[in-house]
Design a protein around this ligand. Structure first.
Ligand code: GTP
Length: 308
């Protein structure tokens, strides 16, 4: 028989409960500015929303003309700004337990008094834990969408971006083209030179592709030795040219393996998004084109629409 321990009731319980009821009423009805601020901040993990809340609550206590926040999170610049300038400025570098969480700046036409500066510091101190959580949330989100080896976006990121591109293509008739690229005979590289060299080659390939495409295009690690490139506002012929540029860039990679230079080639399959097409069908067509490129000798580009 299962043993369930009984809960011992004590006479102090009603008194504790009353105290908690009273505290709860104070917390939810007429909180002090700091409780109100932290309560609002705790409702979201979005750094942007938290900064908007902080700006609103700060402004209600110490009116200012502009607030800005800057931080580098997961190698990306995060910038938030609200309001317009003012010659007087106070700036805070947010640190918690030795970790830096960005720079917060307030601007105002009127000089800040010492009392106001103290109040601002206390308000920021109360906000720093939720801000730290929001920064960490961005970093975790970013890590989930990034390939650990090459530091480029991973397949999960590609799936999201393809879904969005399919929607935009259908709704606004925007042209999107996908290129799938796969290193040729990569297994032989691992077998002959080891996985460390194989990994290094994958990193160099990601870099070479990034350098061969435009800023508006994006590259993803699709699988082991497979990469995907998403090209907005690009048709088939233009995408074929990009694929050929990528092939040349990859072919020019050289790794010194004790006297001999290791070099590789890459095959590419191109598919333009078709109306009403799901992302999975789109990928399947690019993969079909890539399969043809492999079957027809590798180190070449095939476009789905030109097949047959
Ligand atoms: N070093 C390293 N190798 C990987 C990684 N991911 C996958 N691979 C290897 O990539 C190789 C891919 O081999 P295959 O699928 O046979 O393809 P291939 O040898 O490139 O041949 P083709 O694609 O037909 O030209 C396998 O040996 C995998 O173990 C990785 O992260 N690092």
């Amino acid at each position: 028989m299962k043993y369930t321990p009984s809960i011992k009731r004590t006479t102090t319980q009603p008194i504790d409960l009353a105290a908690i009821r009273q505290a709860f009423q104070g917390w939810s009805n007429s909180p002090d500015p700091l409780t109100k601020l932290t309560r609002r901040l705790s409702t979201t993990l979005s750094l942007e929303t938290q900064l908007a809340i902080l700006a609103e609550e700060l402004d209600s206590v110490i009116p200012f003309d502009a607030l800005s926040y800057r931080h580098k999170i997961a190698h990306r610049d995060f910038v938030f700004a609200t309001g317009m300038g003012g010659p007087h400025r106070c700036e805070y570098r947010l640190n918690l337990e030795g970790v830096f969480y960005g720079t917060l700046t307030l601007n105002r036409r009127k000089k800040f008094s010492d009392d106001e500066l103290q109040a601002i510091e206390m308000i920021i101190s109360a906000a720093i834990f939720p801000l730290r959580n929001a920064c960490q949330y961005i970093a975790i989100e970013q890590a989930a969408l990034t390939d650990a080896l090459t530091s480029i976006p991973n397949k999960r990121a590609l799936d999201e971006h393809l879904r969005r591109a399919s929607l935009l293509s259908d709704r606004h008739g925007e042209e999107y083209t996908l290129i799938l690229c796969d290193l040729d005979h990569f297994k032989a590289v691992n077998d002959q030179h080891g996985h460390v060299v194989g990994d290094h080659l994958l990193k160099l390939t990601a870099e070479a592709i990034e350098n061969a495409i435009r800023n508006s295009d994006s590259v993803y690690r699709f699988g082991g030795e497979e990469f995907a490139i998403l090209l907005p506002h690009t048709g088939e012929q233009e995408a074929r040219d990009v694929a050929d540029r990528v092939r040349n860039a990859v072919a020019s990679i050289k790794i010194d393996c004790g006297g001999t230079d290791l070099s590789v080639t890459i095959s590419c399959g191109v598919a333009r998004h078709m109306a009403e097409e799901a992302a999975s069908q789109w990928i399947a067509r690019a993969d079909e084109a890539l399969y043809r490129a492999k079957a027809q000798g590798r180190n070449c580009t095939r476009v789905f629409a030109t097949i047959g």
